[in-house]
Design a protein around this ligand. Structure first.
Ligand SMILES: CC(C)(COP(=O)(O)OP(=O)(O)OC[C@H]1O[C@@H](n2cnc3c(N)ncnc32)[C@H](O)[C@@H]1OP(=O)(O)O)[C@@H](O)C(=O)NCCC(=O)NCCS
Length: 371
């Protein structure tokens, strides 16, 4: 590779966008100009979804109408045919595989499937955002009916666990959804935009995005963090464990970022909420382990916690199984992916970069029986 070509499209600006701004030096993240610290304090996931899709905060009336359609039983209900299809998947299918297959299949049931007008894409985005939490199918347990009176966060926790969630659990989950809703041209969003830029539809773009999110260098990192915490087991073992991992040149999940050169601004909110939930549950072990790991990694490697370091500790304290962590990321990011698909379609040009060719240029073809 020539010295001008950096791997991984690092620092390459591929397009303009008015959705999300990241200041990697100062550790700031804005959605449509609003600092996520302010949104975490004052907003809700539903309002953030509105903001991402409509470029402005809603009035009370607009928000009420938006929440009503997002939480309506008719919007949340999964087509019975999709349930049959997902139940037919082998038991070992992971939740991310279920999600990827399910979103792809949902387009076959969607009345607006191939319509790429802004109005149709917005309707599909509403349905996808409402339909996406379906964990009970994989586990073969009876489906819990969605409750139209509950926010997306409270409804998801209720459907997942089958009981009412505490106020702190709902707040934490809502904040986690807000914090994961968008993040500029990250790998999955870029995958969504590449697909949308061929003038393909929303479901196809989001299926591409889910495939990209699944990998451990992207959304899959939160599950790997929890597996590390479980291996460490106890706070007093954390320092020795992480020092050995660093000496072995291991890549430590939940640290480092392509854009941030300081701590990811989302991490502090999740650290605080994970600690509060741990205190409520009488078990702060996960956060204590992670705090020690963070201290050592930051000191030794000068890389900082990202969004995936503390989210799993919060989810685990709510009784959410580890293999649900990345699907939860997707439940939230579907809002950002949809905003990017709409932005791409509104001013579209095919995304088609070039490669610097490094292969042979004058290979002589030898017929197969003479090789
Ligand atoms: C996010 C990530 C993929 C960004 O990768 P990138 O911008 O391509 O950065 P690189 O992989 O080139 O890393 C740059 C340097 O930092 C080191 N580094 C980066 N992240 C690291 C981590 N999590 N653990 C250990 N070292 C890390 C690399 O080893 C490399 O060091 P070197 O220059 O001495 O070889 C990377 O930081 C990572 O793999 N993190 C862990 C996975 C994760 O948490 N992903 C979620 C992101 S929100």
């Amino acid at each position: 590779m020539s010295s001008e070509v950096k791997g991984g499209l690092e620092d390459v600006v591929v397009s303009t966008s008015a959705i999300c701004f990241i200041d990697g030096q100062k550790g700031r993240l804005l959605y449509r100009g609003f600092d996520i610290d302010d949104l975490v304090e004052h907003s809700s996931f539903e309002e953030v979804v509105y903001l991402l899709w409509h470029s402005a905060l809603p009035s009370r009336k607009e928000l009420d109408a938006h929440v009503k359609v997002l939480s309506a039983t008719a919007t949340r209900k999964l087509p019975p045919g999709l349930i049959v299809l997902l139940r037919a998947l082998p038991k070992k299918t992971t939740p991310m595989e279920v999600l990827r297959t399910g979103v792809s299949a949902l387009s076959a049931f969607d009345p607006d499937a191939a319509d790429n007008s802004r109005e149709a894409t917005a309707r599909k985005a509403v349905r996808l955002t409402a339909q996406i939490p379906w964990e009970r199918i994989r586990r073969g347990k009876p489906l819990v009916a969605p409750n139209p009176k509950l926010s997306l966060a409270a409804n998801f926790l209720g459907m997942l666990r089958g009981g009412a969630a505490t106020a702190l659990e709902v707040k934490t989950f809502d904040v986690a959804l807000m914090l994961h809703a968008d993040h500029e041209f990250n790998a999955s969003t870029f995958a969504a935009r590449v697909t949308a830029a061929t003038m393909s539809d929303l479901h196809s773009a989001i299926t591409s995005a889910i495939g990209a999110l699944k990998g451990p260098l992207h959304g899959g990192a939160n599950e790997q963090v929890m597996r590390m915490v479980e291996q460490i087991g106890a706070p007093e073992r954390a320092e020795g464990w992480i020092r050995k991992a660093l000496a072995d040149k291991a890549r430590v999940m939940g640290f480092g970022h392509r854009v941030y050169r300081v701590e990811d601004p989302r991490a502090k909110h999740l650290r605080r909420l994970a600690m509060e939930l741990g205190q409520q549950a009488g078990n702060t072990r996960y956060v204590e382990i992670l705090n020690t790991v963070a201290r050592v990694v930051t000191q030794e490697k000068h890389i900082y916690p990202n969004v995936d370091l503390y989210s799993g500790a919060a989810y685990k304290s709510m009784g959410i199984p580890t293999d649900q962590f990345t699907p939860i990321f997707a439940i939230s990011r579907v809002a950002g992916w949809a905003a990017h698909v709409m932005e791409q379609h509104a001013n579209n040009r095919l995304i088609r970069p070039r490669a610097e060719y490094t292969g042979p240029t004058h290979a002589t073809y030898v017929p197969i029986d003479r090789r």
